[in-house]
Design a protein around this ligand. Structure first.
Ligand code: PBG
Length: 320
């Protein structure tokens, strides 16, 4: 008995493979910080920068030349408050990018309040600071989404986990003539310990309130039924792409959603997951490209069609 014939050489292994990852599957996250005058390396995220408006335009030009065309934008505003937010900076970055590069890029915008609020939560809190006000938050997010769309966004990606935000955003866009603008919902977003480096870059860690973490709105990782319920709900409310986040510890969720719902699934290989692989590579305990390729393939095997990775810029070279 030889069970190894299909592994005997690269040719037959290629033929026997059932999953291929392409650089076309990727979205590159991009950080732009209003307070910066020069771009900075993102702490703990090798190869990632926090950009200024000018530097993000230069970087995007290079990216397009290198075949990287899909982006997820995270603005970091200079001013924080508890209520009453200005989205002008986010709109400005969006406008400059789309005016400069038009349809040679596809620009998705993260929509959340965590880098806008003094307390770092993803929405507006009650006076006592002990709970998130769902409906007040949703109203603000719908307005934010509309301003970004008006500035040229191709896709709105709400990451807050409030209830009803997808239908509120869809309605705000449709009634203003933006029915082609897509929504990529952070549908199954878990309360996770893997967001650390991101929160550092976006200055968005929750603190300074009675709510010390996001467990009252992000999903509990022991409850997969809740993840299925939010995914079904967001699909019904009009989300075009459903995201599961973090990625690697939640591939069972990807698999179940993929069986039940006929919408493409995106996985977000989040900052802590990325940093963990980069640490292995830095310590020479694994080869960087090989580590990333292995997890990317696992994402596709589980049923994801979109991969959001901080190493998207490397995908073309690594996947040749
Ligand atoms: C904001 C948001 C977070 C991430 C994306 N959007 C952090 C959080 O919920 O605290 C995490 C991304 C990453 O870790 O790479 N709501």
């Amino acid at each position: 008995m030889n069970q190894r014939r299909l592994r005997a050489n690269e040719h037959i292994r290629e033929l026997a493979a059932q999953v291929y990852v392409s650089h076309k599957d990727f979205i590159q996250p991009v950080f732009v910080d209003e307070a910066l005058t020069e771009r900075q390396s993102a702490k703990h995220l090798t190869g990632v920068y926090t950009e200024t408006i000018e530097s993000v335009l230069q970087q995007t030009e290079k990216d397009i030349a290198a075949g990287v065309t899909k982006f997820l934008l995270f603005p970091v505003p200079a001013r924080k408050s508890e209520n009453g937010f200005s989205f002008d900076f986010a709109a400005e970055v969006t406008k400059r990018l789309k005016q400069t590069f038009g349809n040679s890029i596809w620009l998705a915008n993260d929509v959340c309040l965590c880098s806008y609020t003094t307390h770092g939560h993803c929405g507006i809190l009650s006076k006592e600071g002990d709970r998130l006000l769902n409906d007040d938050t949703v109203m603000v997010l719908a307005d934010y989404a509309l301003q970004l769309t008006h500035a040229g966004s191709d896709c709105i990606a709400p990451s807050d986990m409030s209830d009803g935000r997808i239908s509120a955003i869809r309605e705000a866009l449709d009634t203003n003539g933006y029915d082609v603008t897509a929504i990529m919902s952070y549908a199954a977003k878990f309360s996770s310990s893997f967001y650390g480096p991101f929160r550092d870059v976006c200055k968005s860690a929750p603190g300074k309130s009675q709510l010390s973490n996001r467990t009252t709105y992000q999903l509990d990782y022991r409850n997969s039924k809740d993840a299925m319920a939010t995914a079904l709900r967001d699909a019904k409310e009009g989300a075009d792409i459903l995201m599961v986040k973090p990625a690697l510890p939640y591939l069972d969720i990807v698999q179940t959603i993929n069986k039940e719902i006929t919408k493409p699934i995106a996985v977000y290989h989040v900052s802590g997951e990325y940093a963990a692989l980069e640490f292995l590579a830095q310590q020479q305990l694994g080869e960087r490209a090989a580590l990333h390729k292995e997890v990317w393939t696992a994402f596709k095997r589980a049923g994801a069609s979109v991969i959001i990775s901080y190493a998207s810029r490397e995908a073309k070279e690594w996947l040749l």
